[in-house]
Write a protein that binds this ligand. Structure first.
Ligand SMILES: Cc1cc2nc3c(=O)[nH]c(=O)nc-3n(C[C@H](O)[C@H](O)[C@H](O)COP(=O)(O)OP(=O)(O)OC[C@H]3O[C@@H](n4cnc5c(N)ncnc54)[C@H](O)[C@@H]3O)c2cc1C
Length: 344
């Protein structure tokens, strides 16, 4: 089968290698002038790492296995933890995925895709201004997917109202990741390899010009991490509005969707990329009769993806909402803190 994959992000590169190794002719079209990763650090769960390893991606020496990723309070007490995750610098992770995808598939940069039309027995589209036909098109083109717009124009993007600042700083933060909740903000401190640390801060409804000032009393580790984050040069301190799709959208006919294009979720669980890897493995394993492919793919992914998307939304609500219910839950879990507002 000739497969066109739209987008060379984590999802597109993963499915490209998996489908090419399964014997298909794969072209990846990426609109950016080079394969790149916006974003600072990223956590991948054990299941995603196992799928990537079994597809032959060589990530050795890039990920830092964390002893735990814990939710902590303003007094640094732990209120829950997940294990089995590894942390990566995104740029290094995506470069490694691209290298291993390019070994078996054709990755074309500066190649925006548009005008995607299912003709029944083939899909027609325009790639970098030229017509192309493929047996299957996989839209792995992210939250604002052009491919999704062609097959599901009513899919809606929801603003969570939360904003995330993030970056990588020079700091040795040990071997465990933490995410502090204090009812005002969440501060993540995630050790990476090489004496570096991925730091993020999530706040709800900040003013459009709000700076990353210290807004609450923080334990020493978070205070140091935040202070280093604030001092990063402008181009290395990222600020993103957190958005999601209101519901998953899997495609139509010979045009399928994957990763954020199918089910962008808020990053509160840190599982969006892991879900994209899971989609890729299921889709590559299901390739075959195009008339039943979408049904088989959707059938194996929808429940787990939808449950994760809703849980992530709920977690964001519990962490940030200032209504009575969320405050009560946070107080019962000892996660409300008593933030003292500090300026400067
Ligand atoms: C603040 C934040 C923190 C996160 N942390 C984590 C985490 O710790 N762990 C985790 O698992 N997930 C995390 N996520 C989620 C994760 O980043 C995404 O789920 C993941 O990157 C999605 O990958 P993707 O390949 O589906 O899409 P993308 O990474 O968005 O890639 C889409 C690609 O398609 C290209 N493209 C777009 N349109 C076209 C077009 N028309 N033609 C050709 N190319 C096109 C784009 O240039 C891009 O390269 C986080 C997200 C955010 C916002």
């Amino acid at each position: 089968m000739k497969i066109l994959i739209v987008g060379a992000g984590i999802g597109g590169l993963t499915v490209a290698r998996m489908a090419a190794v399964a014997g298909h002719e794969v072209v990846v079209a990426e609109k950016a002038p080079r394969v790149r990763a916006d974003g600072a650090g990223i956590l991948l769960d054990g299941a995603a790492l196992t799928l990537l390893a079994s597809a032959g991606f060589g990530l050795e020496g890039l990920g830092r296995p964390l002893t735990a990723m814990s939710i902590t309070t303003s007094t640094a007490a732990t209120r829950g933890a997940v294990r089995g995750r590894s942390s990566f610098a995104r740029e290094e992770l995506v470069a490694a995925l691209a290298r291993d995808a390019e070994a078996v598939a054709h990755v074309r940069v500066a190649s925006p895709v548009r005008d995607v039309v299912d003709e029944g027995d083939r899909v027609r589209c325009t790639v970098a201004g030229r017509a192309m036909r493929a047996d299957l098109v996989v839209g792995a083109d992210g939250l604002l997917s052009t491919v999704r717009a062609a097959v599901d124009p009513v899919a809606r993007v929801r603003e969570s109202g939360q904003v995330c600042w993030r970056g990588i700083v020079e700091m040795d933060a040990g071997s465990a990741g933490t995410e502090l909740w204090n009812g005002v903000e969440r501060v993540g401190v995630v050790p990476l390899l090489g004496g570096r640390t991925y730091v993020y801060v999530v706040r709800s409804h900040p003013a459009p010009d709000e700076q990353l000032v210290e807004r609450s009393a923080l334990p020493a580790r978070e205070r140091e991490a935040l202070s280093l984050l604030r001092r990063l040069p402008e181009d290395r301190l990222l600020r993103h509005e957190l958005r999601e799709l209101t519901r998953p959208s899997w495609g139509r006919g010979r045009i399928l969707l994957l990763g954020d294009a199918a089910h962008a979720l808020t990053p509160n669980l840190g599982l969006g990329a892991a879900l994209a890897v899971g989609d890729a493995a299921v889709l590559a394993g299901a390739l075959g009769d195009p008339s039943t492919l979408l049904r088989r793919y959707r059938g194996r992914r929808h429940s787990v993806v939808r449950a994760t998307q809703l849980l992530s939304r709920k977690l964001g609500f519990l962490a940030h909402d200032q209504g009575a219910v969320a405050r009560l839950v946070r107080a019962a879990a000892g996660l409300s803190g008593r933030p003292a507002v500090v300026t400067g």
